[in-house]
Design a protein around this ligand. Structure first.
Ligand code: FES
Length: 83
């Protein structure tokens, strides 16, 4: 399954940094998922959670967008770029 990161050519995601190229090792793609959309994105893996712990502004809605799988379920979700 492709990750959300691979949608970077979509206008919506052009402003999200991704220094590591989407391999979960930088956290520059940190986003907050809208509360109502959290169930659609699934949960962070242990590796993703460990990486998020190193970043600022982490909360219960934090995800690394390169780790969110693309599926029809996430169509229309709202993300806030934390960076
Ligand atoms: S792009 Fe580096 S962790 Fe997502």
């Amino acid at each position: 399954m492709a990750a959300l990161w691979n949608w970077q050519s979509t206008t919506i995601f052009q402003s999200i940094d991704g220094d590591c190229g989407g391999v979960c090792s930088c956290a520059t793609c940190h986003v907050h998922v809208a509360a109502q959309d959290m169930a659609k994105t699934g949960t962070a893996s242990e590796i993703e959670s460990d990486m998020l712990e190193l970043d600022d502004n982490v909360n219960e809605y934090s995800r690394l967008c390169c780790q969110i799988d693309i599926s029809d379920d996430i169509d229309g979700i709202t993300l806030k770029v934390v960076g």
